[in-house]
Design a protein. Structure first.
Length: 131
Protein backbone atom coordinates (compact mmCIF):
# COMPACT_ATOMS: atom_id res chain seq x y z
CA UNK A 1 0.00 0.00 0.00
CA UNK A 2 1.20 3.48 -0.83
CA UNK A 3 0.60 6.81 0.87
CA UNK A 4 0.95 10.27 -0.61
CA UNK A 5 3.42 12.61 1.14
CA UNK A 6 3.42 16.40 1.13
CA UNK A 7 5.98 16.49 -1.69
CA UNK A 8 3.68 14.65 -4.04
CA UNK A 9 5.72 11.45 -3.91
CA UNK A 10 4.26 8.12 -2.96
CA UNK A 11 5.88 6.19 -0.06
CA UNK A 12 5.44 2.59 0.79
CA UNK A 13 4.44 1.64 4.31
CA UNK A 14 7.85 0.04 4.86
CA UNK A 15 9.58 3.28 3.89
CA UNK A 16 7.36 5.21 6.25
CA UNK A 17 8.14 2.78 9.04
CA UNK A 18 11.87 3.12 8.29
CA UNK A 19 11.61 6.94 8.34
CA UNK A 20 9.62 6.80 11.59
CA UNK A 21 12.17 4.39 13.09
CA UNK A 22 15.07 6.71 12.15
CA UNK A 23 13.15 9.65 13.59
CA UNK A 24 12.60 7.74 16.80
CA UNK A 25 16.29 6.72 16.95
CA UNK A 26 17.37 10.34 16.46
CA UNK A 27 14.88 11.45 19.13
CA UNK A 28 16.15 8.73 21.47
CA UNK A 29 19.75 9.80 20.81
CA UNK A 30 18.90 13.46 21.48
CA UNK A 31 16.96 12.51 24.62
CA UNK A 32 19.88 10.41 25.90
CA UNK A 33 22.40 13.22 25.30
CA UNK A 34 20.04 15.70 26.93
CA UNK A 35 19.61 13.44 29.97
CA UNK A 36 23.41 13.05 30.28
CA UNK A 37 23.87 16.83 30.13
CA UNK A 38 21.10 17.39 32.67
CA UNK A 39 22.68 14.79 34.98
CA UNK A 40 26.08 16.50 34.65
CA UNK A 41 24.56 19.87 35.42
CA UNK A 42 22.71 18.43 38.41
CA UNK A 43 25.95 17.06 39.85
CA UNK A 44 27.63 20.45 39.32
CA UNK A 45 24.74 22.18 41.10
CA UNK A 46 24.99 19.69 43.98
CA UNK A 47 28.73 20.30 44.28
CA UNK A 48 28.18 24.05 44.23
CA UNK A 49 25.46 23.71 46.86
CA UNK A 50 27.76 21.71 49.14
CA UNK A 51 30.49 24.34 48.70
CA UNK A 52 27.98 27.07 49.54
CA UNK A 53 26.95 25.22 52.69
CA UNK A 54 30.59 24.79 53.75
CA UNK A 55 31.34 28.45 53.03
CA UNK A 56 28.27 29.57 54.97
CA UNK A 57 29.39 27.43 57.91
CA UNK A 58 32.87 28.96 57.78
CA UNK A 59 31.40 32.45 57.67
CA UNK A 60 29.22 31.63 60.67
CA UNK A 61 32.22 30.30 62.62
CA UNK A 62 34.31 33.33 61.73
CA UNK A 63 31.50 35.66 62.79
CA UNK A 64 31.38 33.90 66.16
CA UNK A 65 35.15 34.23 66.51
CA UNK A 66 35.03 37.94 65.65
CA UNK A 67 32.23 38.49 68.15
CA UNK A 68 34.22 36.67 70.82
CA UNK A 69 37.36 38.67 70.07
CA UNK A 70 35.42 41.93 70.18
CA UNK A 71 33.97 40.97 73.55
CA UNK A 72 37.32 40.01 75.07
CA UNK A 73 39.54 42.58 73.41
CA UNK A 74 38.56 45.59 75.54
CA UNK A 75 39.63 43.71 78.68
CA UNK A 76 42.91 42.70 77.07
CA UNK A 77 43.48 46.25 75.87
CA UNK A 78 42.77 47.71 79.30
CA UNK A 79 45.19 45.27 80.93
CA UNK A 80 47.84 46.01 78.33
CA UNK A 81 47.37 49.78 78.75
CA UNK A 82 47.64 49.40 82.53
CA UNK A 83 50.81 47.32 82.20
CA UNK A 84 52.35 49.85 79.81
CA UNK A 85 51.44 52.74 82.09
CA UNK A 86 53.11 50.99 85.02
CA UNK A 87 56.21 50.35 82.92
CA UNK A 88 56.19 53.98 81.85
CA UNK A 89 55.98 55.15 85.48
CA UNK A 90 58.82 52.85 86.51
CA UNK A 91 60.99 54.00 83.59
CA UNK A 92 60.21 57.65 84.31
CA UNK A 93 61.20 57.15 87.94
CA UNK A 94 64.43 55.42 86.86
CA UNK A 95 65.08 58.23 84.39
CA UNK A 96 64.61 60.88 87.07
CA UNK A 97 66.89 58.98 89.44
CA UNK A 98 69.53 58.74 86.73
CA UNK A 99 69.23 62.47 85.98
CA UNK A 100 69.74 63.26 89.67
CA UNK A 101 72.80 60.99 89.81
CA UNK A 102 74.11 62.57 86.63
CA UNK A 103 73.76 66.05 88.16
CA UNK A 104 75.56 64.90 91.32
CA UNK A 105 78.35 63.28 89.32
CA UNK A 106 78.64 66.39 87.14
CA UNK A 107 78.95 68.55 90.28
CA UNK A 108 81.61 66.21 91.67
CA UNK A 109 83.45 66.32 88.34
CA UNK A 110 83.28 70.11 88.27
CA UNK A 111 84.54 70.27 91.88
CA UNK A 112 87.34 67.83 91.04
CA UNK A 113 88.31 69.92 88.02
CA UNK A 114 88.36 73.08 90.12
CA UNK A 115 90.46 71.37 92.78
CA UNK A 116 92.83 70.04 90.11
CA UNK A 117 93.21 73.51 88.61
CA UNK A 118 93.79 74.92 92.09
CA UNK A 119 96.43 72.26 92.75
CA UNK A 120 98.07 72.96 89.40
CA UNK A 121 98.11 76.64 90.22
CA UNK A 122 99.65 75.94 93.67
CA UNK A 123 102.27 73.57 92.27
CA UNK A 124 104.38 76.18 90.48
CA UNK A 125 104.39 78.27 93.61
CA UNK A 126 105.60 75.35 95.71
CA UNK A 127 108.21 74.35 93.12
CA UNK A 128 109.48 77.91 93.14
CA UNK A 129 110.02 77.80 96.94
CA UNK A 130 112.86 75.37 97.56
CA UNK A 131 113.49 74.52 101.13
Amino acid sequence: METLSTGGRFFKTEELELIEQRRLEALLDITTKHSEEVQGLKSQVEQADSKVVKAAEQVKNLDKEIKSLREHNPDRMKKQIKRLQEQNRAMTADNNTMKTKQKQLQQQLDEAKMELEKLKADMPEKQAEPA
